[in-house]
Design a protein around this ligand. Structure first.
Ligand SMILES: Cc1cc2nc3c(=O)[nH]c(=O)nc-3n(C[C@H](O)[C@H](O)[C@H](O)COP(=O)(O)OP(=O)(O)OC[C@H]3O[C@@H](n4cnc5c(N)ncnc54)[C@H](O)[C@@H]3O)c2cc1C
Length: 300
C-alpha cells in the first residue's frame, strides 16, 4: 500500500514526489512515455528560475534525477484505469493493480490532431507537433504551420530561420496570437500567411509531398515537405470520465487545495482547469498537492 501514487512523471508529478519523499512517504510515480514530461520537447527554456537558459531535455532529466536520488519508486507503464475502494485507490497498469491511500493525477496534455484520414499515417514522417524538436529536419525546405494562436505564430517564426519557405495556415481571419508576434511574422520575407484556409488532406507516398487547402469553395494544392500542427491540446483525462468532475474541455476541476470532489484524489499541473500552463505553475501545483496529501493522510 503506497501513501501516494502519482500518475504522470512530468514537472508537476515529480515535484509532488520530491515533497512527499522529503516527508518520508511511500510514493510510486507511474509514467507512460518519458520522465520529465512535455518540457523534454523544448529546445531552450529561459523562464525557469535558477537557469537563464537550459535545454528542456536537461531540465526534465534533472527533475527526475532529483526525485530518483531521494528514493522515488518509479514505473514505466500506462495507467488505464483508476477506481476507489472504501479507503484506497486501485490503479491499473498492464493488468497489474497498485494500491494507494491517495492519488495525485499529473498526466498533462497531448496535442490536438487534424481530422482527416491520411493524417495519422504521416505522424513522425513529416507531421510534427513540436517545431523546436523537429524543425532542424526541414533545413532549407518548405513547411506549413497550421494554427492561429501564439504557439502557431511562434513556430512559424522559429521555422522561418531554418526553412526556405513557411506557410502559416489559419482557418479564421483573426489570429488569437498576440499582435507583437504577428507583426514580427509579417516582417519575415519567407513566410506566407493564408487566412480563412483549412488543410483538408496530406498527399504523398513515403513522405509528404503536398497539402490540400480549401478556402471557401476553392481547392488548392501546395508543395510542402513538412506539416507542423499547433491547434491546441487535449488533457489526458479520458480514463477519468465518470470518476472525477471535468469541465467541458475535459480539464479536471479542483479546489484551491487541488483536491477534487473524490476524497484523497488530487489533480496537478496542465491537466487541471487553470489559466496559466507553465513549468512554474506545474511545480507550484505539485508542491501544494503534496502538502495537502500529507494533511489528508494525517487526518484519515
Ligand atoms: C515544446 C514545448 C515547449 C515548452 N516550453 C516551455 C517553457 O519554455 N517554459 C515553460 O514554463 N513551459 C513550457 N512548456 C510547457 C510545460 O512543459 C508544461 O506546462 C509542463 O510540462 C506541465 O507539466 P505537467 O507535469 O503538468 O504535465 P506534462 O509535462 O504533460 O507531464 C505529464 C506526464 O504524464 C504522462 N502520462 C499521461 N497519461 C498517462 C497515463 N495514463 N499513465 C502514465 N503516464 C501518463 C505523460 O507521458 C507525461 O510525461 C512547453 C511545452 C512544450 C510542449
Amino acid at each position: 500500500m503506497y501513501d501516494a501514487i502519482i500518475v504522470g512523471g512530468g514537472p508537476a508529478g515529480l515535484t509532488a514526489a520530491i515533497y512527499l519523499l522529503r516527508a518520508c512517504k511511500k510514493v510510486l510515480v507511474i509514467e507512460k512515455e518519458a520522465f520529465g514530461g512535455q518540457i523534454l520537447k523544448s529546445s531552450n527554456v529561459m523562464n525557469y528560475p535558477g537557469f537563464s537558459s537550459i535545454k528542456g531535455l536537461e531540465l526534465g532529466n534533472l527533475f527526475y534525477e532529483q526525485a530518483k536520488g531521494m528514493g522515488m519508486e518509479s514505473l514505466y507503464g500506462e495507467v488505464t484505469s483508476i477506481t476507489k475502494e472504501k479507503d484506497f485507490f486501485l490503479v491499473n497498469v498492464s493488468s497489474q493493480e497498485y494500491k494507494s491511500k491517495t492519488l495525485i493525477y499529473a498526466a498533462g496534455l497531448h496535442p490536438r490532431k487534424l481530422s482527416f484520414a491520411s493524417f495519422d499515417r504521416f505522424i513522425g514522417s513529416g507531421v510534427s507537433f513540436c517545431a523546436t524538436c523537429d524543425g532542424a529536419f526541414f533545413k532549407d525546405k518548405t513547411v506549413c504551420v497550421v494554427g492561429g494562436g501564439n504557439t502557431a505564430v511562434d513556430d512559424a517564426l522559429y521555422l522561418s530561420n531554418i526553412c526556405e519557405k513557411v506557410y502559416l495556415i489559419h482557418r479564421r481571419e483573426e489570429f488569437r496570437a498576440e499582435p507583437i508576434h504577428i507583426q514580427k511574422l509579417k516582417e519575415k520575407k519567407n513566410v506566407i500567411v493564408l487566412q480563412n484556409t483549412v488543410v483538408t488532406d496530406i498527399l504523398g507516398e513515403q513522405k509528404i509531398e503536398k497539402v490540400v487547402l480549401q478556402k471557401e469553395d476553392e481547392k488548392e494544392e501546395i508543395f510542402v515537405d513538412g506539416v507542423f500542427v499547433a491547434i491546441g491540446s487535449i488533457p489526458n483525462t479520458s480514463i477519468l470520465k465518470d470518476f472525477v468532475p471535468l469541465n467541458s474541455n475535459g480539464y479536471i476541476l479542483t479546489n484551491l487545495f487541488l483536491q477534487t470532489s473524490v476524497p484523497g484524489f488530487f489533480a496537478v499541473g496542465d491537466v487541471r482547469e487553470k489559466k496559466v500552463r507553465q513549468l512554474t505553475t506545474a511545480v507550484s501545483d505539485g508542491t501544494i498537492a503534496a502538502i495537502e496529501v500529507q494533511n489528508y493522510l494525517d487526518e484519515t
